[in-house]
Write a protein that binds this ligand. Structure first.
Ligand code: FE2
Length: 914
């Protein structure tokens, strides 16, 4: 973590705009600012105050800005967010806003620019197929929604209560790396769309008030407000842990039912009740245990609000509930907070630590969740063989708290007495205090000074005498311990955990693991691998070597975030790291550089279901291949259309005429006669001559055209346009892009419910349904973003036509082009998305292209548009690519299908994407 002092990243304003109002200019710049924070997630190179303080520098502002990259990691303002909220919304706790899919081959070594994912080192040849997945809180709105309640956008505080954002209350996001057949790895991150997620998305703003860090007496008021406005007392964010069991994937959190995800797509399906057998009053622990001996899953649920306060249950290996029993109820008093538990071959061991939730504390103006030093911790043992619901309690020596147990097993002592041995991280309320809204830094410093930090502890419960003997095993501060899952409930020797960087906790209160530690409990020793300067690891997953026998014969897989990496991403870079578990000190054998940052989160899982990882990537390809095999590509015919298209075609022709064919010609178009050259496009040719069209390209486009001609491979566009087909201002922008002859990635936003619209709302930091189009991003120019036709056109002329003045026709239409909000039109088509955007060759003024554009827009299908207006050198490029020049021409990299003809293209889109 770098300096907390004010960051002086230079902000560059574009100076050429002369006609736009200051108000629009300010609005646009603010959107641009949010966009940078959202998309670059740049570890807060600028604070919210800095963003808010951006003012128009003059009447000449264009409305878009560019901030230079910075290595500074700056915390948000604790006055606005609270000390804890600022820490856990900053740096690599800053949320990511985009869902990404990417893949690469095992041999996509670093330095190979052909892929966004790259690999350093070598993934072992015997590394199994499977999925490493990680989950953590990742708030979905721009961070200003998470200021102290009442200060965020759209939040009206009627005096019913306030509070601060708490890390645990962020929306869940899953980050998965699939190790697929064909030596491929695939990365995806997806929001977990629970009920509260959807409710807030519909509202376009945060509506759930904070509870974990609610001000003193306002917990109850906030909970009631949540019930009224959101339909539940607290958010059901499934952000804590993952489970793959009986072929199903779940995202878990202590206080809600499991949220089932589609194992193939990772899309959220619904809350799971296991065929109605999981009662609504029984939440599902984030740490269920699967017994290797029987394949059963044991779970518990603690309900802090309504009785019964604790229940235990069992899932059979086929995923059906075989038993569920309520254990105890304490009406009106509250419940012990329970996060983890233990299982052995024959026993289930519950843990009542010293943290409890007592609503009655609200009457005293206190938060109901407290660490109670007067409450002795205890273990409750159930004999599963006897199918008893009677709990036998065993008292610990003192008040204690454990978030995570390592393992437990049965032993007999020298007197042949039955023991249960438990290992775990004893932390005695450390995190409860370390994550409170304010004042945590001072508390942490004192806790560290007296050594009251999370450490590995052992409890030995004597079932005969009733005594519990305890000892600390190691003095290193550790958390998120994991073992070889094949040893759950059996005596194990090794565990793997993250080493807590205490200096970071003391200075910023951020929880970071600077090393992974292999614990050898038999030899009472540890082996440590330090991730390196400014590199921090997340929870490590043990993945066994196929056929391996030894407990540690396998690998550790984890995400490691490099905060100092600044070559392309000021937010740092995340890697998926593979370490040989028998040689931890040696460090990674392979690192997979990910295309998107993974914020520090919670827990991970390994999915050893071989069918899925092999199938996910390949089945996607197979499905598309099957479609392509069945799709008949017809020979192109000039000006062909179907009778059913007559109305739409006439409408498109009329629209083109009403635009005076704007966008039909590239800037500076003029005709000439030249000698015949069959490799060059010509409108008319004969007698050894051809009718040549020339234009005046901008210098950037000119260089690009020369390169395209040399290698015939168009580079990916740097421009992204969020677009609505029927919107006049969007149309004008598209026309200008054709005039500039610039290719772009078009992201149609036909409805507020389309994923592109959701993405745009997040980028603009506005309520869903309030997004404004057209919206242009340019990755070429320090990630510039511009909103509204006026600013975009000025930018395009400046950057892509070397500062030329807009043509008179453009200026004419510019007067009527206003940025527009996206309309919700839920009757329109939705589409399944392909892995890659389609490639569409055409030009704006063509009515046949308009039909295809309309079909793409209706389905929200993203596409790279390669304009071929009159005078564009792309006409020759397409001629040499296909043997003829005709548009529209569509290429689908997902299926390998390429085809002309609007009729055929639309038919293809229906068959493939509807
Ligand atoms: Fe946990």
């Amino acid at each position: 973590m770098g300096s907390l002092s004010a960051h002086n990243a230079p902000v560059r304003y574009y100076k050429t705009y002369r006609r736009k109002s200051c108000l629009l200019s300010l609005q646009t710049r603010r959107v641009s600012s949010i966009l940078r924070v959202q998309t670059e997630t740049d570890l807060s190179t600028r604070t919210i105050q800095e963003i808010d303080s951006i003012q128009p520098s003059s009447d000449e502002d264009t409305g878009y800005i560019s901030a230079a990259a910075s290595t500074s990691y700056q915390l948000l303002d604790p006055v606005e967010y609270g000390e804890h909220g600022a820490a856990f919304l900053s740096g690599n706790y800053y949320p990511v806003g985009q869902e990404v899919t990417a893949c690469c081959d095992y041999d996509a070594q670093a330095g190979d620019d052909s892929s966004t994912m790259k690999i350093n080192g070598k993934i072992p040849s015997d590394f199994p197929l499977g999925q490493y997945a990680y989950v953590g809180p990742n708030p979905k709105f721009a961070v200003d929604h998470y200021k102290r309640w009442g200060a965020g956008p759209g939040q009206v505080d009627f005096g019913l209560g306030s509070g601060w954002h708490h890390w645990f209350e962020g929306d869940g996001m899953i980050y998965a790396v699939d190790f697929c057949t064909g030596n491929r790895v695939k990365f995806r991150n997806r929001f977990i769309r629970t009920s509260s997620w959807k409710r807030e998305i519909e509202s376009g703003k945060r509506i759930f008030r904070p509870l974990m860090n609610a001000d003193g007496g306002t917990f109850l008021a906030n909970a009631l407000s949540n019930l009224i406005t959101g339909g539940m007392f607290m958010k059901d964010s499934a952000n804590t842990a993952l489970l793959h069991f009986a072929g199903r994937t779940f995202a878990l959190q202590d206080t809600c039912p499991p949220w089932e995800l589609d194992p193939d797509t990772l899309e959220t399906i619904s809350a799971c009740t296991f065929d109605g057998k999981l009662p609504p009053y029984v939440p599902f622990t984030a740490h269920p245990k699967v017994l290797p001996s029987t394949g059963e899953l044991i779970f518990f649920g603690f309900n802090p609000v309504s009785p019964p306060h604790c229940s235990v249950g069992t899932l059979k290996p086929d995923g059906t509930i075989s038993s569920i029993n309520s254990l105890w109820s304490i009406p009106f008093v509250g419940s012990i907070f329970m996060h983890d538990f233990c299982v052995t071959e024959h026993f289930t061991v519950l843990f009542e630590g010293s943290m409890d939730i007592k609503p009655v504390r609200q009457l005293l103006g206190k938060h109901p969740l407290q660490y109670n030093e007067d409450k002795r911790a205890r273990f409750g043992v159930l004999n599963r063989d006897a199918q008893s619901t009677s709990v036998t309690w065993f008292n610990c020596s003192s008040s204690q708290m454990v978030y995570h147990f390592i393992n437990s097993w049965e032993e007999k002592n020298e007197r042949n007495e039955q023991l249960i041995v438990i290992t775990g991280i004893r932390e005695d309320g450390f995190f409860q205090e370390a994550m409170r809204a304010n004042g945590s830094s001072e508390w942490i410093k004192e806790a560290v000074r007296v050594g009251k930090i999370p450490k590995v502890h052992e409890w030995r419960i004597n079932l005969v005498t009733g005594k519990v003997t305890e000892r600390y095993l190691f003095s290193i501060p550790l958390e998120t311990p994991r073992i070889n899952d094949a040893f759950v409930g059996r005596r194990n020797r090794y565990a793997y955990a993250g080493r807590v960087l205490l200096s970071e906790l003391e200075s910023t209160t951020q929880l970071k693991f600077d090393a992974v530690v292999k614990i050898d409990m038999q030899e009472q020793k540890t082996v440590t691998y330090e991730h390196g300067p400014n590199r921090y690891g997340m929870e490590a997953q043990f993945v066994g070597r196929p056929g391996g026998v030894d407990e540690d014969d396998g690998w550790l897989v984890m995400y490691v975030h490099d905060e100092s990496y600044t070559a392309t991403d000021v937010n740092g870079r995340t890697e998926c790291v593979i370490i040989d578990a028998q040689d931890v000190e040696a460090g990674p054998v392979a690192t997979i550089l990910l295309p998107e940052r993974v914020p520090y989160g919670a827990h991970c899982m390994w999915r050893a279901d071989l069918k899925y990882p092999g199938a996910t990537f390949e089945d996607t390809a197979v499905a598309f291949e099957a479609l392509s095999a069945n799709f008949q590509v017809n020979e192109p015919k000039m000006f062909a259309f179907e009778q059913s298209q007559r109305g739409e075609l006439l409408e498109a022709v009329w629209k083109g005429l009403s635009r005076v064919a704007l966008g039909l010609f590239v800037h500076g178009w003029s005709p000439r006669i030249a000698r015949e050259n069959v490799t060059e496009y010509a409108f008319v040719r004969g007698a050894g001559l051809r009718f040549l069209e020339v234009s005046k390209l901008g210098s950037h486009r000119l260089r690009e055209a020369v390169k395209e001609r040399a290698d015939a491979t168009p580079a990916p566009p740097t421009l992204t346009l969020y677009d609505v087909e029927d919107d006049d201002s969007c149309r004008l922008v598209r026309e200008v892009l054709s005039i500039c002859d610039v290719s772009y990635l078009c992201k149609p936003c036909p409805t507020a419910s389309c994923s592109n619209s959701s993405e745009l709302a997040i980028l603009q930091g506005v309520e869903l349904g309030s997004e404004v189009v057209p919206f242009l991003r340019d990755d070429r120019n320090d990630d510039i973003a511009v909103k509204g036709a006026d600013g975009i056109i000025q930018y395009l002329y400046q950057e892509y036509l070397d500062g030329e003045e807009p043509a008179s026709l453009v200026s004419l239409f510019q007067r009527f082009a206003q940025a527009s909000k996206i309309n919700d039109a839920s009757h329109r088509r939705t589409s399944r998305a392909g892995e890659q955007p389609l490639i569409f060759w055409g030009y704006e003024a063509s009515p046949f292209c308009a039909l295809v554009r309309k079909a793409l827009n209706e389905r929200g299908i993203s596409y790279v548009f390669r304009p071929c207006a009159r005078g564009s050198p792309r006409r020759s490029l397409l001629l040499n690519r296909t043997g003829i020049f005709q548009v529209p021409y569509l290429e689908d990299p997902n299926t390998g299908i390429s085809l002309f003809e609007s009729v055929d293209i639309i038919s293809y889109l229906k068959k493939t994407y509807d």
